[in-house]
Design a protein around this ligand. Structure first.
Ligand code: C2E
Ligand code: MG
Ligand code: MG
Ligand code: MG
Length: 281
């Protein structure tokens, strides 16, 4: 088809592809250097008890600033790290840093909140991963309940990840399903989900601002999570009406820009005032 539009077009198309490949190469190269140098940092976003506003946990989110590329979002560099085989090393760094910062923060504030760390499915394929996690915790004097690993729905369908998951949970480490509702879970598999927490994707939390039937759907989803005796977390709460809606359904925990944006650990408050003020309303 490119040929039919003339030779010039064909060449342009090829050179676009070439530019794309060059950009990818530059990204991969810079990423490899950043991982080797350990310069990828973390932002933390509070997870709050929607009843009281108390911060019960923080999610660690990877951040990369490169002098030439500028800010590269995790939606770009995490898949790149997975493809380049760098995710194991990056994932270990994230875990170590998250636990280290948690200890410092606990010492400073006396808060005993947990930290959640996003884990790529590829890390679960590594048999040595559970041992690494346990060692990181032990070395820092953290009890296993200090850490929650966030995994995606798809992971649970993979046979090879089941043992890793079971080993971690036997060691007292909790697991959350991230972006719940965006995968391909069947109801039968939901019944005996080997996890502790369910993070309801922002797409569903957004339904709170929509029609009655959409709100009912969100309520039913949170009800389902509660029926399964799992802890629901509403992700991406941006408006007061979303907050009011998820709270009304009895959703235990919430996270989102309305409560707090991701930032340095030292900036995390003990209580989200926004919630605390409305708690008795
Ligand atoms: P996620 O784990 O679902 O993290 C939530 C994302 O939503 C974060 O984006 C966060 O900044 C953003 N967010 C939080 N509240 C709101 C809100 O109210 N509105 C909107 N629009 N967004 C909100 P971020 O930091 O860009 O991370 C994107 C994704 O990259 C994460 O999604 C996670 O899947 C992945 N990721 C981040 N750090 C890591 C990591 O260390 N390891 C792995 N494997 N993946 C990571
Ligand atoms: Mg997450
Ligand atoms: Mg999420
Ligand atoms: Mg998400």
């Amino acid at each position: 088809q490119a040929k039919a539009r003339g030779r010039g077009r064909h060449v342009t198309y090829e050179s676009d592809m070439h530019q794309g490949a060059v950009a990818q190469f530059k990204l991969d190269e810079a990423l490899q250097l950043a991982v080797a140098a350990g310069t990828i940092s973390l932002a933390f976003q509070p997870i709050a008890d929607l009843g009281t506003g108390r911060v019960v946990g923080v999610e660690a989110l990877a951040r990369w600033y490169d002098a030439n590329l500028g800010v590269v979002p995790p939606s770009v560099f995490i898949p790149a790290a997975e493809q380049a085989g760098l995710i194991h090393e990056l994932g270990r760094q994230v875990l170590v840093r998250a636990c280290t910062e948690l200890v410092q923060w606990r010492d400073m504030t006396g808060n005993v909140a947990f930290v959640t760390v996003n884990v790529s499915p590829l890390q679960f394929e590594d048999e040595l991963f559970p041992e690494f996690v346990m060692t990181v915790l032990e070395d820092r004097g953290l009890e296993p309940a200090s850490l929650i690993l966030e995994v995606t729905e798809g992971l649970l369908l993979e046979e090879c990840s089941r043992d890793t998951l079971a080993t971690l949970r036997a060691g007292g480490i909790r697991v959350a399903i991230d972006d719940f509702g965006t995968g391909y879970s069947s109801l039968s598999y939901l019944r005996d989900l080997p996890v502790d927490m369910i993070k309801i994707d922002q797409a569903f939390v957004g339904l709170a601002d929509s029609s009655d039937s959409d709100r009912d759907f969100l309520g039913a989803l949170i009800g389902l999570v509660r029926t399964l005796s799992l802890t629901p977390v509403a992700e991406g709460i941006e408006t007061q009406s979303q907050l009011a809606e998820v709270r009304a359904t009895g959703c235990a925990y919430g996270q989102g820009y309305l409560l707090a944006r991701p930032g340095p650990m030292a900036m995390i408050p003990a209580v989200i005032e926004n919630i605390a003020e409305n708690a008795h309303a």
